[in-house]
Design a binder for this molecule. Structure first.
Ligand SMILES: NC(=O)c1ccc[n+]([C@@H]2O[C@H](COP(=O)([O-])OP(=O)(O)OC[C@H]3O[C@@H](n4cnc5c(N)ncnc54)[C@H](OP(=O)(O)O)[C@@H]3O)[C@@H](O)[C@H]2O)c1
Length: 316
């Protein structure tokens, strides 16, 4: 029987479509499995992945069962611990990756969680997991970024780019970031030494001889970025597949970033949390919506222009 103690409010959609498909409904709470914990969600980040999945763009390779609750990252408090989980306790504040986080409760693999950085509110912590771990994997795993190297980040103000700028500066790289005029000061405040308004200046005319490009925009932005690399340099894109043939023709390399490994996410978030708590990485959120307004949050994310991550505030 459905009652207050075994149900929750959750955003769901019953068919592919626009943001209006997102509705707030009372549904059963998700069930624990071995290796997972039940998290009382306080906040959930909104990622481009969420609205792309909702439109049906990924239906060929990732079909979903309806009704579907969106959301792939959260911050909250552990309510219950499943079998085969160690290192976490009930009532502990955590952040990390999970499915169906646009809800009052979500089940998360324990390996995808880490203690919430003490310096952050829950809203801020929910803005970190996907952006920061993607930037880490792209810069350090795929590109092998080293101290002293020159890096161009296309889309430096976004949910991934804003962490990319800070992680690269922490590593000791020289960072050049692109953004629209309204976000240039923000990108500079994150530590970028040079900023370029991509709407005013073609980046390939303003930049040259970089060791690494992180492309978070995709399409022709990635392809034009090949021109700014030094011979042997590398373009890493997180938005689509780069053309390895075109890169080879220019004497440079191109790589994508594979799917994240849930078993490694928690470990990365512990390292990133330490950087946050020691003040080396800052988290800025500019748009917070209540859970019931997930549709507006999706629409804003879908506009493709913004600063940092959009967050759904689920509970105080
Ligand atoms: N492979 C993976 O594992 C992975 C993981 C996360 C994300 N992604 C993908 O990566 C992309 C970016 O994600 P995100 O979360 O960072 O998105 P986001 O938070 O929506 O940020 C997008 C940013 O791109 C900037 N931008 C738009 N057009 C630009 C252009 N022509 N040149 C330079 N900057 C431009 C915007 O800045 P302005 O407002 O200043 O225009 C905005 O700050 C998405 O396609 C997402 O699906 C992939």
């Amino acid at each position: 029987m459905m009652n207050e103690s075994n149900t929750m409010q959750a955003i769901r959609y019953h068919a592919y479509g626009g943001p209006e498909q997102l509705v707030l409904e009372r549904v059963p709470r998700p069930e624990l499995k071995p290796g997972t914990v039940l998290v009382r969600v306080k906040a959930a980040g909104v990622n481009p992945w969420d609205w792309k999945l909702r439109t049906g763009a990924y239906r060929q390779f990732m079909p979903i069962d309806f009704p579907y609750t969106p959301g792939i990252e959260l911050a909250g408090v552990i309510e219950e611990i499943g079998p085969e989980v160690s290192g976490f306790g009930r009532g502990q504040a955590v952040y990390g990756s999970a499915s169906g986080t646009n809800a009052e409760y979500a089940v998360a693999p324990a390996s995808s969680l880490a203690p919430k950085p003490a310096a952050l509110t829950f809203d801020q912590a929910a803005a970190v997991p996907v952006g920061a771990t993607t930037a880490w994997r792209a810069l350090f795993d795929a590109a092998g970024l080293q101290a002293g190297q020159r890096l161009l980040i296309q889309g430096a103000a976004g949910g991934v780019g804003s962490f990319g700028v800070q992680l690269a500066r922490w590593r000791g790289a020289h960072v050049i970031g692109t953004a629209s005029a309204k976000n240039l000061d923000f990108v500079r405040s994150l530590g970028a030494e040079e900023v370029i308004d991509y709407q005013a200046t073609p980046v390939e005319r303003a930049v040259r001889d970089v060791d690494v490009v992180l492309d978070t925009v995709g399409g022709d932005v990635g392809e034009r970025s090949l021109q700014v690399l030094r011979p042997g340099g590398i373009l890493v894109t997180i938005a689509g597949q780069p053309s390895e043939e075109k890169a080879q023709a220019r004497g440079v390399r191109a790589a994508g970033v594979g799917p994240s490994d849930p078993a490694r996410t928690g470990e990365l978030l512990r390292q990133i949390g330490d950087l946050i708590d020691s003040g080396q990485i800052k988290v800025q959120i500019t748009n917070v919506f209540p859970l019931a307004e997930a549709g507006q949050a999706h629409a804003l994310s879908q506009s493709g222009h913004g600063r940092g991550r959009i967050v759904l505030h689920v509970a105080d």
